[in-house]
Design a protein around this ligand. Structure first.
Ligand code: C5P
Length: 237
């Protein structure tokens, strides 16, 4: 039988990675999860699904009580696609993988994410993603609000220009044409909303390692984070 949960042991096996969109958190977290054999929480996907759910159910973004109710009760689960290896969200039985990564879904997510009752409704859902042997948590407030005791906290950032260029390249590689100016403006608007909101704004946790990935390869980011995590985890042992 599993040992009973011990909070200090749990916090030693959580790595939080926060930062603005396009900084490379998703890729870094997937690599960390694979390397350590730990589970992964993509918390942004929860907010993105909620934005889409609101749209599908015709709920206006100002109807805070109804949004919080959906956040609390939503019929959502995640499944690994056996071909691509990607984690896909299923909402009310339908696969939303093709819809959640659009710019509109990101903007809607950032609007619902500013509402305190919505954040409260999703708090325990996010914590419930913890499973042995450990969790890599990707988001905006993983180290500050959702897992404030996690032993290893990272804040990954990059200039807005660099993040917009990466997004354009990513879209081009999928054969989708992209307008650099529109993408840059959208990133700036989402950054501004996420950084200035009252509830769990996007700020680094005090003890976070801050990594600016603007001029780094993903392998360089990964080794810097692993080195930091090893030091931190040795210090708490
Ligand atoms: O990370 P991702 O770009 O998928 O997140 C979409 C939006 O969801 C963010 O712009 C942010 O407003 C919100 N979010 C949040 N807290 C998190 C994760 C995402 O507010 N932990």
């Amino acid at each position: 039988m599993d040992e009973p949960a011990n909070n200090s042991k749990i916090s030693e096996s959580i790595i939080t990675v926060d930062g603005p969109s396009g900084a490379g958190k998703g890729t870094l977290c997937q690599l960390l999860a694979k390397k350590l054999g730990w589970h992964l929480l993509d918390s942004g996907a929860l907010y993105r699904v909620l934005g889409i759910a609101a749209h599908r159910h015709g709920i206006c973004l100002s109807d805070i009580d109804e949004l919080a109710r959906i956040a609390r009760d939503m019929d959502l689960y995640f499944k690994i696609n056996e071909v691509s290896g990607e984690v896909e969200p299923f909402f009310e039985g339908s696969n939303l993988a093709d819809f959640i990564r659009t710019d509109e879904a990101g903007q809607a997510a950032s609007k619902v994410a500013a509402l305190l009752p919505v954040r409260e409704a999703l708090l325990e859902k996010q914590r419930a993603f913890y499973q042995k042997p450990g969790l890599i948590a990707d988001g905006r407030d993983m180290g500050t609000t959702v897992f404030p005791d996690s032993a290893v906290k990272v804040f990954l950032t990059a200039s807005a220009e660099c993040r917009a260029e990466r997004r354009v390249e990513q879209l081009k590689s999928k054969g989708v044409s992209a307008n650099m100016r529109a993408i840059f403006d959208s990133i700036k608007a989402r950054d501004e909303r996420d950084r200035t909101r009252k509830n769990s704004p996007l700020v680094p946790a005090k003890e976070a390692l801050i990594v600016d990935s603007s001029n780094m390869t993903i392998d360089e980011v990964l080794s810097q984070v692993i080195e930091f995590a090893e030091k931190k985890l040795l210090a708490v042992k």
